[in-house]
Design a protein around this ligand. Structure first.
Ligand code: BMA
Length: 347
């Protein structure tokens, strides 16, 4: 599959809008950033993998903060905002376990959502038992977090809806089921609810990988859904694996996965119900900063902002190396989602 981007989104001429050069601390791969508009400015929390640019060698991951008046020119906070030692200690307290501190290896891929005026962050966390997801609340200065919950493995790519639905917090998530699946990888999107951000339940399936025409490996939540008259407009990522197509990349192992952005509409009252789906990618890797980097051919959106004038901003990690921005019009995006009818033979 060689997907192309329809003329719905426009890549910003200033792309990539954030690279490691803007960070006043050691930084190499600056990507997969949660972005919100909050108290009159744009706020970004980004993943920073440290190593040598152009090589596959990485030595650590931390998390940076950047702010912007226009969503295009970003100023990075002088130091990373998550202190790994403190994070490990606090998460160990939250999870009430007695494993050594390095049981928790790192947190990454932050997604931000403002719910009721509170800045919340979902994150992925690598543990010695597998990958988990979690939720944290930012302090008012956005410089520290209160850790609220962590899932059991394997689950990640959590994204919170921007308001409670039916009185509960709701999040999309992506479990990694490996048993009883026809293919080695066909990971879907699920949803769960919480009364308090600590306890999560009523888990339900939302969309299978086999229901997305341009994915054959996995799909996952990308950025927080936006409320529209037609439903929750929800970007996701969709992965196509082609062993015959080797993509550019700095890792020693060869890379064969293309990550595109997809788009769906979810029912406003029952967000586990898909009502619309774009049958082709919303954004497919095409530019040099999307095709060349640590992993070429990766578009990984983590921020989606609807502006009062009807325009939208989609922020995405490009080639696992930089942060890029694409803009468009919300009504154009809604119009491209076709009514979704579930094939009864698929479950
Ligand atoms: C996913 C995650 C993301 C990454 C993407 C492409 O599985 O690890 O952090 O951006 O792969 O490498």
């Amino acid at each position: 599959m060689s997907a192309t981007t329809p003329p719905l989104l426009r890549r910003h001429p200033a792309n990539p809008v954030l690279t490691c050069k803007q960070a006043p601390f050691p930084a190499t791969l600056v990507f997969n950033a949660g972005v919100i508009r909050h108290e009159g400015r744009y706020v970004m929390v980004f993943r920073n993998d440290i190593g040598t640019w152009g090589s596959g060698v990485l030595t650590g991951t931390n998390t940076g903060l950047a702010t912007s008046a226009d969503g295009v020119r970003w100023e990075v906070f002088p130091r990373p905002i998550i202190d790994p030692e403190k994070m490990r200690r606090e998460l160990r307290d939250l999870m009430r376990h007695d494993y050594p501190p390095d049981f928790i290896q790192r947190i990454y891929d932050p997604r931000l959502t403002v719910v009721g005026g509170r800045v919340l962050m979902c994150f992925a966390i690598d543990t010695a038992h597998g990958i988990c997801g979690g939720v944290a609340a930012a302090t008012d200065d956005l410089e520290t977090f209160e850790w609220l919950s962590v899932t059991s493995p394997d689950n990640r790519n959590m994204v919170l809806f921007p308001e409670k639905i039916g009185g509960r917090y709701v999040r999309l998530e992506r479990p990694f089921p490996v048993y009883m699946r026809p293919e080695p990888e066909a990971f879907p999107i699920w949803l769960s609810e919480s009364p308090d951000l600590a306890y999560w339940g009523r888990n339900r399936p939302v969309l299978g990988c086999d229901e997305v025409p341009f994915a054959n490996s996995k799909i996952g939540p990308a950025a927080p859904p936006v409320r529209t008259r037609a439903g929750w407009l929800t970007p996701f990522h969709a992965v196509h694996y082609d062993p015959s197509r080797r993509l550019a990349g700095w890792e020693a192992k060869s890379w064969h996965k293309t990550y595109c952005a997809g788009l769906m509409l979810l029912d406003l009252e029952n967000p586990a119900r898909v009502t619309g789906l774009m049958r082709t990618p919303l954004l497919a890797p095409e530019t040099d900063y999307e095709l060349e980097g640590f992993r070429g051919g990766v578009i990984f959106p983590c921020g989606f902002i609807a502006e009062p004038d009807g325009s939208v901003k989609l922020y995405y990690g490009a080639a696992d190396s930089v942060v890029a921005l694409a803009t468009g019009n919300i009504e154009d995006l809604i119009a491209r989602c076709e009514p979704f009818k579930r094939n009864e033979s698929k479950n």
